[in-house]
Design a protein around this ligand. Structure first.
Ligand SMILES: C[S@@+](CC[C@H](N)C(=O)[O-])C[C@H]1O[C@@H](n2cnc3c(N)ncnc32)[C@H](O)[C@@H]1O
Length: 341
């Protein structure tokens, strides 16, 4: 790997080239903070500070670890100096320890992970920002929503951006705004672009739970139930359960035991009930997608052709949907026996 590429990855040097992230609710948050300095501890190209006039601030301060960028030098993954009346507005470096190890770059960033409970640099960065300042606006991977970040109670809002604000990475992102007050998740607003979605408390209450009431095994080649676990770019061909033969895939090629995008599921359903079971699985999935506006499904790189973010169904959630559908199927069978269907 070239030294320049290595630096780009380990320092997360993907700069924010458009002000697409600056939605009206984020401008309101910045203005309501009454801060008069925009502060980027990971300033990079300075792109977030350049748009300060758009959010009504004239004073700016940037820091970075890379001397070639011309800012005051500071290691913001170690400590961020406090500045009175400043609001952090940033896009920190993103890099998971798994991804760093896979790219053989762990040596460069290992010391940060060793001193933290988090497994991604952006989560370490968020914890440092919250230590330093009361108000924070940060563009971070959308996986933040499903992360176990322990200070989500200081969130004010989360805005999912469906359009990518970067020129050179397609990581799905959201903008998180934090203030100094600890609060209940029901007070944390969630937006998709500019539209309101259920609040964080509402979303968490809709998160499916596995009760281990049904034996289910994924990636069992001779099983009968197929799952496309990721949306394709065609909005007509989204995540779905079906008989495995109904998928346009040559099963003779097999699938890896690690496959997370396509799976064959071993679940014991009588032959005569299988179509009904599939229908129930898809109905329950659709209901979950509708109620949560897709937000609790993991984001997947790129959008569908209609501009809506692609999603992936993780196996835990798939298992919960299978259990719920099995429960519904048994309800149907009881009603059938009682002559109610
Ligand atoms: C994703 S870029 C963001 C740049 C800028 N916020 C923007 O959006 O235009 C991340 C920046 O963090 C800097 N950086 C990486 N590790 C850092 C560290 N430990 N301390 C301070 N800055 C760091 C990188 O050099 C890079 O400029």
């Amino acid at each position: 790997m070239f030294a320049a590429d290595k630096k780009k990855i380990t320092k997360g040097q993907f700069f924010t080239k458009t002000a697409y992230w600056l939605k009206p609710q984020i401008i309101d948050f910045i203005k309501n903070s009454k801060c008069n300095i925009a502060y980027d501890p990971y300033a990079g190209g300075g792109d977030l500070l350049k748009c300060a006039p758009l959010y009504g601030i004239t004073r700016t301060k940037g820091l970075d670890i890379d001397p070639s960028l011309g800012w005051e030098i500071n290691d913001g993954l170690y400590k961020i100096p406090h500045i009175d009346n400043a609001i952090i507005i940033t896009n920190p470096p993103y890099l998971s320890n798994y991804s760093a190890a896979r790219k053989k770059l762990l040596g460069e960033v290992k010391h940060y992970f060793e001193n933290s409970k988090y497994d991604d640099l952006y989560l370490i960065a968020l914890a440092k920002m919250l230590e330093a300042q009361d108000y924070i606006v940060a563009i971070v991977p959308e996986t933040f929503i499903n992360s176990s970040f322990s200070q989500k109670n200081r969130l004010h809002s989360i805005t999912i951006l469906e359009e990518n604000p970067f020129k050179d990475t397609d990581t799905p992102v959201c903008v998180v705004c934090f203030d100094k007050q600890e609060k209940n998740f029901s007070k944390v607003k969630v937006y998709k672009n500019t539209e309101s979605a259920p609040d964080l408390g509402g979303l968490e209450s809709l998160r499916p739970v596995v009760h281990k009431t049904l034996k289910v095994s994924f990636n069992v080649m001779n099983a009968w139930l197929g799952l496309r676990a990721v949306d394709t770019t065609n909005p007509e061909n989204m995540i779905r359960f079906d008989f495995k033969e109904k998928f346009d895939y040559d099963w003779a090629k097999g699938i890896k035991t690690s496959s997370r995008l396509l799976s064959v599921i071993d679940v014991n359903i009588p032959l005569k009930d299988r179509q009904r079971f599939i229908d129930l699985c898809n109905e329950n999935l659709q209901e979950l997608r509708k109620q949560t506006q897709d937000i609790i499904l993991s984001p997947f790189k790129g959008n569908m052709r209609n501009g809506v973010r692609r999603r992936r169904l993780d196996f835990y959630t798939a298992r919960a949907i299978l259990e719920k559908s099995y429960f519904c199927l048994n309800g149907d069978m009881e009603n059938e026996q009682l002559g109610l269907l």
